[in-house]
Unconditional design. Structure first.
Length: 80
């Protein structure tokens, strides 16, 4: 008639949840460190390569042009 789990079950459940939480925390810390390494490598690559700088600039211009052109095309083809 008492549906409450006993103390040992609760302790085991808590230990498993705590271990999962610690694993997730360690994984997120590792992902953050890896992201820093990636940005550092990207900055070094951009500083040393004129071709990469030019490619990044062209990509930025493309995205800006896309952001200005697509809404206008949607207005022309959808509304009109």
């Amino acid at each position: 008639m008492n549906d409450r789990p006993d103390e040992a079950v609760l302790q085991a459940r808590y230990a498993a949840a705590r271990a999962q939480f610690e694993r997730n925390r360690a994984q997120q810390a590792g992902e953050g460190a890896a992201l820093g390494v990636v940005f550092e490598g990207y900055a070094d690559m951009m500083a040393g390569s004129r071709l990469m700088q030019r490619g990044a600039h062209l990509a930025q211009l493309f995205v800006i042009a896309f952001a200005f052109i697509v809404p206008n095309l949607l207005m022309i083809f959808v509304i009109m």
